[in-house]
Design a protein around this ligand. Sequence first.
Ligand SMILES: NC(=O)c1ccc[n+]([C@@H]2O[C@H](COP(=O)([O-])OP(=O)(O)OC[C@H]3O[C@@H](n4cnc5c(N)ncnc54)[C@H](O)[C@@H]3O)[C@@H](O)[C@H]2O)c1
Ligand SMILES: O=C(O)[C@H](O)COP(=O)(O)O
Length: 412
Amino acid sequence: MTLTTSFPKRDIRVLLLEGISQTAVDAFRAAGYSSIEVHDKSLPEAELARAIADAHLIGIRSRTQLDAEVLAQARRLIAVGCFCIGTNQVDLQAAELAGIPVFNAPYSNTRSVAELVIAEAILLMRGVPRRNAECHRGGWSKSAAGSHEVRGKTIGIVGYGHIGTQVGVLAEALGMQVLFHDVEAKLSLGNARAAASLQDLLAHSDIVSLHVPETPATQGMFGAAEIAAMKPGAHLINASRGTVVDIDALAAALRDGRVGGAAVDVFPVEPKGRDETFESPLRGLDNVILTPHVGGSTLEAQDNIGVEVAAKLVRYSDNGSTLSAVNFPEVALPGHEGSLRILHIHRNVPGVLSRANDLFREHGINIDGQFLRTDSHVGYVVIDISATVEQAHDLRSALAGIPGTLRTRVLY
Ligand SMILES: NC(=O)c1ccc[n+]([C@@H]2O[C@H](COP(=O)([O-])OP(=O)(O)OC[C@H]3O[C@@H](n4cnc5c(N)ncnc54)[C@H](O)[C@@H]3O)[C@@H](O)[C@H]2O)c1
Ligand SMILES: O=C(O)[C@H](O)COP(=O)(O)O
């Protein structure tokens, strides 16, 4: 066997779905990857299963569901890039147990969401959605009734993370009072205050804005009881995840005026693409701003996300670093010039490492550097060696035979 290069980059297939920015394509090209397939939509299930079977790197946004069944088709897949913040569309544990790290862009679109939320807060407080709808029908209700400045009003932020904090800072710049509720202890920015509880926040906020991730605990967390606990006529903004709010309870409260208005960007069921009709009990309500999950969809955010996530995928593919992976032991690695690098991903069960070390001894191979991180499911060990390419590949084959091994690769 004569091998002179690591798995050639031109043979590493990159599959990018859902209109990921051209900046990602440019970043892959600049890093030497040339087999890049780009789709501007998510793929239907059967097509996704076929396409993922051949892909080494896949880039998705929030629509593509990578569940355990789909991941089981992904025999060649090295890593997943979520070109967004949310990773709830991926079965993270199934990916980890298949030896596949998942990366995302935790910051790049947060400002875009915060700006949209602030704009919506102003529009809702002014009653613009209803006035806009009336004007479109030929009406002219010129009146100050129900129209307020945001200055001096209270915004209640549920989930005081990257987006929630920015909403708070921008709201304060407009003269608003900021209350927040989070399950973690959080440093207040500016004059923001932690509410005593969610109930306390709801009782005192003129606008409630949701910024929690989708987790088992947040699914349905904003139901009829929480809506009833809001100040009468207060407004609700949801740009987090559609499953967080009971949409039927919200529609009922908007119809009877209990909730003054709402701006909703995310829905329990969202169309898979432009050709599908958007169905929602909120359609047709004049006091509601509806947007098609575009909180993070600005050109600035998408361009930055393209660069950020492509860089993480390239770094993992070229160097093995799993730094900032959301489902995987994080190993930050130096360059490996002058050494060959073997990656061994295995179930975290006793005996794997000692067997691996035995193999190095049996093959008479000297170890230049070894890096190991584990979590409760998986161990990731990276070994830099001085050896010939043939020796490295023989060793990789031997390592692949250790019971519990999930994936092995050689980088050089
Ligand atoms: N509409 C869009 O286009 C869009 C864009 C970006 C992000 N998002 C959504 O917004 C979410 C938040 O983004 P982020 O960057 O601020 O995330 P983040 O992780 O920085 O912040 C989330 C915060 O919510 C808190 N939290 C978790 N569970 C909670 C609970 N049960 N009650 C109260 N607080 C809870 C966390 O402790 C954390 O502080 C993302 O997970 C994503 O789903 C939507
Ligand atoms: O998780 C996110 O970042 C947002 O929901 C945006 O998702 P999108 O990239 O699919 O618009």
